[in-house]
Ligand binder design. Structure first.
Ligand code: NAD
Length: 256
């Protein structure tokens, strides 16, 4: 379905981003990866699917590095057809204890980076009259939780950004949508499980049960593979007229 197309997924060396990158590669897309950590393992996993793989180590809090990454995609991969704005970080603290530098980093990485990638990807998508922008928001783009002020503000922001750009492209072959996962068992969430286990003297399994029980009625984690399948649907022609949605995959979290 995506043969001949290039997908760029930010924050795709781990977790949800890697799951979406793998799903897009399975559909034949060339993939440009981004993120920190075990880059070689992520590249090898995608390359094993028989597609061309690129990588750029841009820090998503740095607009100049983002511009350099987008230039690489243009120069070496013919531009970005599927842009997945996924990179994200978390910090948990009450607002009066929230370090200002963490607030700035979360807003830059979880929200502003999507503005910088999108504004640079859109001209090429418009020229081809086809494109997909998928913003990985969160249930926290729709509802709040205590002690996550920066994350909730950034995720609500990216849902608003998604709707605006969807309107600006509404008569074109470019669609812009957000995905809103509930709990997904990735390093970002494992840190919160570890903190909960340490604070409550709980086992890892009990901390997971407690975490899910508070918010996610299915009591099941959403998986990166399921989110990858949702991304494929949003890239398909069946989704040509899906525009500006914030699509939950959250085990019922936001139905409550
Ligand atoms: P993760 O920690 O597994 O992956 C985050 C990725 O972002 C990694 O590849 C990391 O290297 C990259 N990254 C972090 N800072 C970066 C920076 N400054 N520049 C470039 N790359 C950077 O986390 P995840 O859970 O897979 O999260 C991915 C996205 O999904 C985030 O936007 C997160 O907010 C969102 N999300 C996660 C959950 C969940 O339960 N895990 C739920 C809803 C939304």
């Amino acid at each position: 379905m995506l043969k001949g197309k290039t997908a760029l997924v930010t924050g795709s060396t781990s977790g949800i981003g890697l799951g979406i990158a793998l799903a897009l590669a399975r559909q034949g897309a060339r993939v440009v990866l981004n993120g920190f950590g075990d880059v070689d393992a992520a590249k090898a996993e995608v390359a094993a699917l028989g597609v061309e793989v690129g990588y750029h180590g841009a820090d998503m809090s740095k607009p100049a590095e983002i511009a350099d990454m987008m230039a690489l995609a243009e120069r070496d991969f013919g531009g970005v057809d599927v842009l997945v704005n996924n990179a994200g970080i978390q910090h948990v603290a009450r607002v009066e204890d929230f370090p200002p530098e963490k607030w700035d980093a979360i807003l830059a990485i979880n929200l502003s980076s999507a503005f910088h990638t999108t504004r640079l990807a859109l001209p090429g998508m418009r020229r081809k009259d086809w494109g997909r922008v998928l913003n990985v928001a969160s249930t926290h783009g729709l509802v709040a939780s205590a002690e996550k002020s920066a994350y909730v503000a950034a995720k609500h922001g990216i849902v608003g950004f998604t709707k605006t750009v969807a309107l600006e492209t509404a008569t074109t072959g470019v669609t812009v949508n957000a995905i809103c996962p509930g709990w997904v068992l990735t390093p970002l969430v494992q840190k919160q499980i570890d903190a909960r286990a340490a604070a409550g003297g709980l086992s890892d399994a009990d901390a997971k049960k407690q975490l899910l029980g508070e918010k996610q009625p299915s009591l099941q984690f959403t998986t990166p593979e399921q989110l990858g399948e949702l991304a494929i649907f949003l890239c398909s022609s069946a989704a040509d007229n899906v525009r500006g949605v914030a699509w939950q995959m959250d085990g019922g979290w936001t139905a409550q």
